[in-house]
Design a protein around this ligand. Sequence first.
Ligand code: AMP
Ligand code: MG
Length: 420
Amino acid sequence: MADAEYLTVQQALTAVLQGVSVLPAETIPILDALGRVLAQPVIAQDSLPPFANSAMDGYAVRAADLTGATAETPVTLTVVADIAAGHPSDVTLQTGMAARIMTGAPLPAGSDAVVPVEDTSEPWRSPERPLPPHIKIFRQVQPGDYVRHPGEDIEAGQTVLEAGHILRPQEIGVLASLGISHVQVIRRPKIGILATGDELIPVEEPLTPGKIRNSNGYAQTAQVKALGAIPIPLGIARDTEEDVRQKLQTGLDAGVDLFISSAGVSVGAYDVVKAVLETEGNVNFWRVRMRPGKPLAFGTYHNIPYIGLPGNPVSAMVSFERFARAAILKMAGHTRLERPQITAILQETIHSDGRESYIRGIVRRENGTYTATLTGSQGSHIMTSLVRANALLIVPEGITEISAGSPITAWMLDWPETVF
Ligand code: AMP
Ligand code: MG
């Protein structure tokens, strides 16, 4: 097979991303929106804080009354009100007056600052304590001291979150503070997951000669779940076009947005996935200059995008990681589609065959730099090499050796996109 028939990883990724679209939006309760991508900007209807309130337990005062106040020369004020959080007072402070006030309680009219309770002659902490008729203040304050101003955090009318923003717990809290109970987010992609191969048996069944358990179906389902997408398991298809079609029909009936299958895409006599795509869809490409994972089918089945991963468990997971992950994130409205990448110092020499290689590695932080070692055997059937790995070390296209001590790009498997 001539080299021209193979795509580079970049070319393949570009084709995959062109072949999938951002899904439509849906409106859902904010608590269901964790990890989702906003489809519309959020405009504040209220200011936050909504009213001037005290940042401390203490006394609301007029700052000008306290000029020159110290512990030795305190200023005595008349206490005219007791203001708890949630209970606005209609009192207006005149010169010489103070109001006892709790954290979060609205400032009374006429006051412009708060003195913390520790700087007064009544350092109580309990609201049950009787209100003193007078209070000695041991310090002066500036207007605005210990006051939380309306709109200090968010002004009414302001765009608080832009479309495309990923909702984390702090965004959910902001939405709640603004009285927004529902948001418009991009729909979660539904991913049909099919394993193919006559040798596969379900996980629950005992092993019989020549058979292996369908681990890919589980690994890809978990990969889909980890992205916040909805897996639709389509089971195991035998190595016949008929059975592959039948299982894919279940996915069409369930309205999947993307098919992901494993195996059946190389040149073996029973590699039927490609044949099925050729007759009832189309094959955009099926070979990538990548290691592990040379055979990779991308196309459509009945107009639904289709990614056919290689069968070997490590190849399937790494190809998912490189291509399917980016496709699913794009469909879900994300714009950062790649894992965080860092530079680490390679501790042992790596050889490659010139294909872009994704070597299972362990990145550690040591003495202020990142170091990278290999997880041992790189066979594409050695699943425990991925269990030990926390990174994929990338050997670029055309490079056949990276020697110990050289920098290498590490694709961090467990770091979230927000690390960059
Ligand atoms: P194939 O792409 O069909 O040539 O398969 C390549 C290798 O992956 C073979 O050793 C298969 O037995 C193995 N394999 C295929 N599908 C699965 C699966 N679902 N779970 C575990 N191993 C698989
Ligand atoms: Mg096979």
